[in-house]
Design a protein around this ligand. Structure first.
Ligand code: 5GP
Length: 209
């Protein structure tokens, strides 16, 4: 069935909840279904990351210029670094009827909802807070100081979880990936997302009224 238009999908979740892994598996399990927005950030590049793949890595000055030029759909500060979603890619793809996923933190997610009221907001969390801590420690990419900071941020972010449309508990990865895909695909059938099909049917039925 052909649906009205592409969706803006926001995937947020605590640092260490497995958003990135879910995204990677979603993209490889359902090729062609989703387009991933690549953000710009001032945070230093991590080992294994590549400029233009995980992020567009920018200096503070470059990032500020992008803000001044109105190039961001949204931007926010996370743990002292700036992160922003370039506007052009998202607006272009949704215009073409494609689904675009933004993997961003909570302040940015709420900005996106203001701009695209029909955006679908998904929140990923692990089964427990202890599990979250274990995953962050096990990842081995951050110092214990940064891990503590990230857990404190998670505690603050949790206040905004009810503002999201769906909650995904990332216990078994494959299940979480299936759930994210299922939720997005079901959302395409929502009546509010199919106004032109409804209008067309109503108009055709006038002939029988
Ligand atoms: P990390 O440094 O671990 O890659 O990302 C830190 C946080 O920034 C994560 O919660 C990630 O989802 C979020 N983030 C990444 N890109 C963006 C963005 O463009 N905008 C906003 N608001 N948050 C982002």
């Amino acid at each position: 069935m052909k649906h009205d238009k592409g969706m803006v999908i926001v995937l947020s979740g605590f640092s260490g909840a497995g958003k990135g892994t879910i995204m990677k598996h979603l993209m490889s399990s359902y090729p062609g279904f989703y387009h991933l927005s690549i953000s710009a950030t001032t945070r230093p590049i991590r080992t294994g990351e590549r400029d233009g793949r995980e992020y567009f890595f920018k200096s503070r000055q470059e990032f500020d210029e992008m803000i001044a030029n109105g190039e961001f759909l949204e931007y926010a500060t996370f743990n002292g670094n700036s992160y922003g979603t370039p506007k052009e890619y998202v607006t272009q793809l949704t215009r073409e009827g494609k689904d675009v996923i933004l993997e961003i933190e909570v302040q940015g997610a709420l900005q996106v909802r203001d701009i695209f009221p029909d955006a679908l907001l998904l929140f990923v969390m692990p089964p427990s807070a202890d599990e979250l801590k274990e995953r962050l420690v096990g990842r081995g990419t951050e110092s214990s100081e940064v891990i503590s900071q990230r857990l404190a941020i998670s505690a603050r972010e949790s206040a905004l979880m009810p503002r999201y449309d769906y909650l995904i508990i990332n216990d078994v990865l494959e299940e979480a990936v299936c759930e994210v895909h299922g939720i997005i695909q079901s959302e395409h059938f929502a009546t509010k997302r199919n106004k032109s099909a409804i209008a067309m049917m109503q108009s055709q039925l006038k002939a029988f009224a």
